[in-house]
Design a protein around this ligand. Structure first.
Ligand SMILES: [Ca+2]
Ligand SMILES: [Ca+2]
Length: 236
């Protein structure tokens, strides 16, 4: 786990919740722009200044970036680490010998439906929830449990979808535990999402709990589940 990039999901959710509390209304498009891969200082540009900042970082002269999303934007090949490989790729991109950065390609190929949650319980009458988040940040729900909040009033910020998608992409490498019978009549909650990898749509299982427990052992799983749960809790 050491050296793996940090996640900003908790901060993002904290911001959403803070806005909910202070404004009493749901934030719409809190952040219009998405991640700009290779931008180390958050000025919206990718140029030699960013390469210079990344050089200081990978050389060990500093362990922070001037931009709080740089843990995502500077891992330009989305392997979970920010190191000399990212620096080499960024330099090739800036000099024009590389047409696009790998993480930017991953974001560009994001599938329409990104994150999914479901709950099914057949005990004492059938109850179910399906919730999905698309790449535009729209939330859709279905099932026979009525939401407390209309999901169409909530828009997930693009920067949040994109950073969580980069984590989801990494989580696709995680090994999945064997299913374990855990309880009775609690139903099953399932968390996952979709990625496009090597041109193919792939479902990434993250976690299920309730009557049967099963988990993706990736270090990114818990952040993603907690983030998705934040929206489930907001709506139900
Ligand atoms: Ca920049
Ligand atoms: Ca990297």
């Amino acid at each position: 786990m050491k050296g793996l990039r940090k996640s900003k999901a908790v901060f993002a959710m904290a911001l959403v919740l803070a806005l909910l509390i202070t404004c009493g209304a749901f934030p719409v498009a809190a952040q219009e722009g998405g991640l700009i891969i290779g931008d180390a200082n958050g000025d919206g540009l990718v140029n030699v200044t960013d390469a210079a900042i990344l050089n200081l970082y990978v050389s060990g002269y500093t362990n922070t970036f001037p931009y709080d999303m740089a843990d995502y934007t500077m891992d330009v090949n989305d392997d979970g680490y920010i190191n000399r490989q990212d620096f080499d790729l960024l330099n090739k991109f800036i000099s024009g010998s590389l047409a696009s950065l790998p993480s930017a390609d991953i974001l560009r190929n994001m599938p329409q439906t990104v994150f999914q949650y479901s709950y099914v319980n057949g005990a004492w009458g059938y109850r179910n929830i399906r919730l999905s988040i698309d790449k535009q940040g729209n939330i859709y729900t279905s099932g026979n449990i009525t939401p407390n909040v209309d999901p169409s009033t909530i828009k997930v910020p693009k920067i949040e979808i994109e950073s969580m998608y980069l984590d989801l992409y990494l989580a696709s490498q995680g090994t999945i535990t064997n299913p374990q019978n855990a309880a009775c009549d609690m139903g099953i909650n399932v968390y996952g999402g979709n990625i496009v990898k090597n041109g193919a749509l792939q479902y990434v299982f993250l976690k299920q709990y309730g009557d049967v427990d099963q988990e993706n052992m990736s270090p990114y799983t818990q952040t993603l589940v907690d983030w998705l749960d934040g929206y489930v809790d907001m709506i139900y």
